[in-house]
Write a protein that binds this ligand. Structure first.
Ligand SMILES: [Ca+2]
Length: 384
């Protein structure tokens, strides 16, 4: 979803729907993903019925140094990356964009990773030290958005806005609004605040804001492969970061959405939270990472392309430290430059978006922030 697209109003809505329908038609009619590139075939690893092979960890030793504060050691290794197509669903359009297939073999080096998403407190420290101004706080220019009426060129960002009545789940413009005065300190509009939310993940951060923080902290954003390797916690082929059951022993393991989406008052909060939650409210995965499923999406550094996994699988090799495609491309919005999001959010529901599943993908236009996207960082460790 591009920043300020809401400004262009009906025209953009119609244009986007047209593009969407075109993409939908293309996907259903002539899908190159399904017909030409069904599975990875070369790496000689025994795979299960769903296409997943064993995860092989590098020697699990922590470097002989004090761990960076708030970070955990991810040993690196080789694993099967992606999602079985039966688990596939696009936010809003289940079963259409099969961008998490085929499952393919990937190797990543070891690294440190933030145990939680970057919090408001941590981001505030960064802003206090640097005076950094986020994308959402900057006034958009006519050059950037030539079709937007001048009166609409105001600093702000996109906010989830529950609908009054049930709506078809095929058009996200129905539940996202651009609201002036929205930024990381006012994540759901100018009258909102982060008072008493120091330990909540920072949101309303665009890709470049996340990168700026990471650079200041002496870190960087994870690649998509690093993110998934870490989130899987050394296990192979699980549906979720915590196993294969959504609610083991009846208990939710992540902050997602229960109830009728996206209708006002219908988020039941059966998992303990309506809307966003503080970090560390659910158990960590085996590597010690919290909230890799749900709560807020996380930026990764990779460009998004719907067929990147197919491209890697086609080589027949184990992809070593893949860095994403050179050029972004989302067939649903082909003019937008998007980076990969991972992990899903408190708005993900089995009704419309199951992207809290550990092998599935999301994406976001690089200058678009919202109140359900944040990030965490890594420090890379070169192989011995
Ligand atoms: Ca929830």
């Amino acid at each position: 979803m591009p920043r300020l697209q809401i400004f262009a109003g009906l025209f953009v809505l119609i244009a986007s729907l047209g593009l969407f329908l075109f993409a939908l038609n293309s996907e259903l009619g002539t899908s190159s993903i399904e017909t030409e590139l069904p599975v990875a075939d070369a790496p000689q690893v025994a795979v299960d019925q769903n296409g997943f092979g064993a995860t092989t960890l590098n020697e699990h030793r922590t470097p002989d140094v004090t761990p960076p504060a708030g970070m955990v050691w991810i040993p690196g290794g080789e694993f099967s990356m992606g999602s079985d197509s039966s688990a596939e669903s696009l936010c809003s359009v289940p079963g259409v964009t099969q961008d998490s297939v085929p499952i393919h073999r990937v190797y990543v080096d070891s690294f440190w990773m933030d145990e939680t998403e970057v919090t408001n407190e941590q981001f505030a420290d960064f802003v206090a030290a640097t005076g950094y101004v986020t994308v959402a706080e900057r006034k958009p220019t006519q050059e950037e958005f030539p079709t937007a009426p001048p009166e609409n060129l105001i600093a702000g960002s996109t906010v989830f806005s529950a609908t009054k009545e049930p709506v078809p789940l095929n058009n996200y413009f129905q539940w996202w609004s651009y609201i002036g005065g929205t930024d990381w300190r006012h994540p759901t509009g100018p009258d909102s605040s982060i008072d008493d939310h120091a330990d909540y993940p920072v949101v309303q951060v665009a890709f470049e804001d996340s990168e700026a923080y990471a650079k200041w902290a002496g870190k960087r954003l994870p690649t998509e492969a690093e993110w998934e390797f870490a989130a899987r916690g050394g296990r192979a082929g699980d549906l979720y970061a915590w196993g294969n059951e959504l609610q083991p022993e009846g208990k939710f393991q992540a902050n997602i959405y229960q109830g009728e989406f996206p209708v006002e008052g219908k988020d039941t909060g059966a998992d303990g939270f309506q809307g966003i939650a503080p970090v560390k409210q659910y158990a960590a995965n085996p590597f010690g990472l919290y909230d890799v499923g749900g709560n807020v999406w996380e930026w990764t550094r990779d460009w998004y392309s719907h067929d990147y996994y197919a491209t890697l699988a086609k080589t027949g090799e184990v992809a070593r430290n893949p860095q994403g495609p050179d050029v972004p491309f989302d067939p649903a919005e082909p003019t937008e430059k998007k980076r990969v999001h991972r992990g899903g959010s408190f708005l993900c529901t089995d009704l419309s978006c199951t992207r809290y599943m550990v092998g599935t993908r999301g994406k976001g236009e690089v200058r678009t922030a919202s109140n359900h996207v944040g990030f965490r960082c890594v420090i890379e460790v070169k192989a011995d």
